[in-house]
Design a protein around this ligand. Structure first.
Ligand code: TRP
Length: 337
């Protein structure tokens, strides 16, 4: 007797990342590494959001390269591009189309209140373009096109998920249930990796080179950066992110890379000094990222493979996106042929 395929659909998880280079150890530990665990419980889409990247000037060659590199790095980090849909936003024209529609359901006042817009427009006073302003609408389109149930969001993107929900509810309120209203996905306790030079701030890919570890750093760079990481003037190894942010950050990194807890690492370093902790942390990082780098190098040099993945996944994404876009267009009264 053949078992009937009771295809229980898994909830849909959507995540987007800009192809702006320099994936950090923080991105890896806090997000990418956990993607492989998500594919069990969710149908996942991981988008390389190149259209969002256009809100600041991009060097065309660098943008193209960063897109291929991010694809390779995702896969090298363990993401399965067949189980998951790893695709590039600009390959799915439905994103731009739905953005227009949703922008007619978004108020200027709402967009004006977005913290990221206020910050970015203060930073880039020479290029406050309309795309920067409507950035959250494109993000809403990304999410809503796929009937997304959950979106893993860090603190800086919470507001964008909120406005996505508001737009979806507003549209549904008029036209019926066209969009699933997405929820935030709160990951089960992942370590927050902080800057090496200022451990009270999150490690960020736009920070100076020496305050971050790139997933593609070689062993010498990892050792040098960790050796120079800010600690404190005491000598005791204690896990206390409030009082000892630098040392605690090293403990978190070491624990994440060896698959244990900061408390266990702390216990194993009793009686030892910061130098020894730094050395062990550097070696743990190197051991963890070296195999990823080796796999990455193979993949990124294989243009045919990368393009093939992006092409087949774009097709899968387009089919899903078109279903939602078509439904919205029909409800709106756009003439169907
Ligand atoms: N705005 C997000 C960021 O900068 C990237 C992003 C674009 C995104 N579209 C998304 C994240 C959809 C989650 C879901 O981090």
């Amino acid at each position: 007797m053949t078992e009937t395929a009771t295809t229980v659909r898994k909830p849909i998880l959507y995540s987007g990342i800009q192809p702006s280079g320099n994936i950090t150890l923080g991105n890896y530990i806090g997000a990418i590494r956990n993607f492989t665990l998500l594919e069990k419980d969710y149908d996942c889409l991981f988008a390389i959001v190149d259209l969002h990247a256009l809100t600041v000037r991009q060097d065309p060659a660098a943008l193209r390269r960063n897109t291929a590199e991010l694809t390779a790095l995702y896969i090298a980090s363990g993401l399965d591009p067949v189980k998951n849909i790893v695709y590039c936003q600009s390959h799915v024209p439905q994103h731009a189309e739905l953005t227009w529609i949703l922008s007619c359901f978004t108020y200027m006042g709402e967009l004006n209140r977005m913290t990221q817009y206020k910050e970015k427009s203060a930073q880039h006073t020479d290029n406050i373009n309309a795309g920067l302003f409507t950035y959250p609408v494109l993000m809403a389109a990304d999410i809503l096109l796929y009937q997304t149930n959950v979106v893993p969001v860090g603190g800086d993107q919470k507001q964008h998920l909120e406005i996505t929900r508001d737009i979806a509810q507003r549209f549904n309120g008029v036209y019926g249930n066209v969009f699933v209203v997405p929820e935030a996905y709160i990951p089960k306790e992942t370590a927050r990796i902080m800057s090496l030079s200022d451990p009270t701030r999150k490690m960020s890919k736009s920070d100076p080179e020496d305050s971050l570890i790139s997933l593609l750093d070689d062993a010498a760079a990892v050792r040098r950066k960790i050796r120079r990481a800010v600690t404190d003037s005491e000598a005791e190894i204690l896990f206390d992110p409030e009082k000892k942010p630098g040392v605690s950050n090293l403990l978190s990194i070491c624990a994440a890379m060896t698959g244990t807890t900061p408390e266990t690492v702390t216990a194993s370093f009793q009686g030892m000094g910061y130098g020894e902790l730094k050395e062990a942390t550097a070696e743990a990082v190197i051991a963890g990222i070296t195999p990823i780098q080796e796999r990455y190098k193979e993949l990124v040099s294989d243009k045919t493979y990368i393009s093939g993945i992006l092409k087949s996944n774009a097709e899968r994404a387009r089919a899903l996106a078109q279903r939602t876009l078509g439904k919205a267009q029909k409800k709106l009264g756009l003439y169907q042929i």
